[in-house]
Design a protein around this ligand. Structure first.
Ligand code: NAP
Length: 285
């Protein structure tokens, strides 16, 4: 039995779709906070079970019979270490044979502010008593392609990443990596994968690609970190998110999102999705 947490989220759904191509639906448990969000999966034969990282009792019921569990990191920044530890404890009680965790690229040394919770989670994982494998996911292309409508409206994509090179990949690539690890025949316990796109770009290059494909002129406007955060606040983002995004861009300027190891394409057996392809997809929707 494979358990996927966060299965109602964007990454979780892609993992389930790709896992369905490899194993029968009856062997997949979609562990979700709100089962009604996964009614479509239940209709396809996937077992949908309620699992809230903040309610350990739900985790015991959700993990019953689990052999391999994918813990998709929580989106509740600030609460994540305790939530992830609750998942580890439940995985241990369930007798799971493998716990895979979606961390962040170069978590042990990363300058990203959000890496701290991943670092602490990785330390807890090593001590939790369940064989664990770490998927250190780099940035999603979608973090930037989601901003395309705003960039087209303003003729500019704003940020504070300077000339930092970003080795992002599409969410679907990271989902494929998770499925590869969960279904691998060889022992994955103890492995740490640094997962990133095959090629890297600057945000100026991103803006140039948006210009080429959309036919509308978009420049990259590089701001001081504080000004970028202020712009995000003015656009209506909550304080913590504006802080997190500005901090991440500033870390990207120092290379925090860059990686040349190509472990992601090796793991999934194909090249990672080109940024240009994700931009085309975003423009088409
Ligand atoms: N690598 C990157 O660029 C990047 C970017 C953004 C986020 N991330 C991280 O990667 C994770 C997956 O990304 P994503 O795009 O799939 O994010 P997402 O679409 O926001 O999905 C997050 C998932 O976490 C679930 N969740 C949140 N709090 C929970 C709780 N207390 N108990 C159980 N489930 C809970 C959500 O459940 P609901 O559906 O009920 O809300 C949702 O299914 C994120 O959670 C975040 O940690 C990575």
């Amino acid at each position: 039995m494979f358990v996927i947490t966060g299965a109602s989220g964007q990454l979780g759904r892609l993992v389930i779709e790709q896992l369905l191509e490899k194993v029968p639906a009856a062997q997949i448990i979609a562990a979700v906070r709100s089962p009604e969000k996964a009614a479509d999966l239940a209709a396809r034969g996937v077992q949908v079970r309620q699992a809230d990282y903040s309610q350990p009792a739900t985790l015991d019921a959700a993990f019953a019979g689990a052999e391999k569990i994918l813990l998709i990191s929580s989106s509740e920044v600030g609460q994540r270490v305790g939530q992830h530890q609750a998942v580890m404890a439940a995985a241990k009680r369930a007798g799971a044979g493998l716990l895979a965790y979606t961390s962040v690229l170069h978590a042990d040394t990363s300058l990203l502010g959000l890496a701290e919770e991943h670092r602490q989670t990785e330390i807890a994982l090593a001590a939790c008593g369940v064989p664990a494998v770490i998927l250190r996911n780099g940035w999603y292309h979608e973090n930037y392609t989601a901003a395309i409508p705003g960039a087209l409206a303003h003729g500019a994509h704003f940020g504070c990443a300077g000339e930092g090179r970003i080795s992002s990949a599409a969410r679907t690539d990271y989902a494929a990596a998770a499925v590869a690890v969960l279904t691998a025949n060889d022992d994955q316990a103890g492995k740490v994968y640094e997962l990133a796109g095959d090629s890297a770009y600057t945000l100026s290059e991103f803006a140039a690609q948006v210009t080429r494909q959309s036919g509308k002129h978009v420049v990259y406007s590089d701001l001081p970190e504080a000004d970028f955060k202020a712009a995000l606040l003015q656009a209506g983002l909550p304080e913590f998110l504006a802080q997190l995004l500005a901090n991440s861009d500033a870390a990207a300027a120092k290379g925090a999102l860059f990686d040349q190891g190509q472990q992601l394409s090796k793991l999934i057996g194909r090249s990672t999705t080109l940024l240009a392809a994700s931009i085309a997809q975003a423009l088409a929707t």
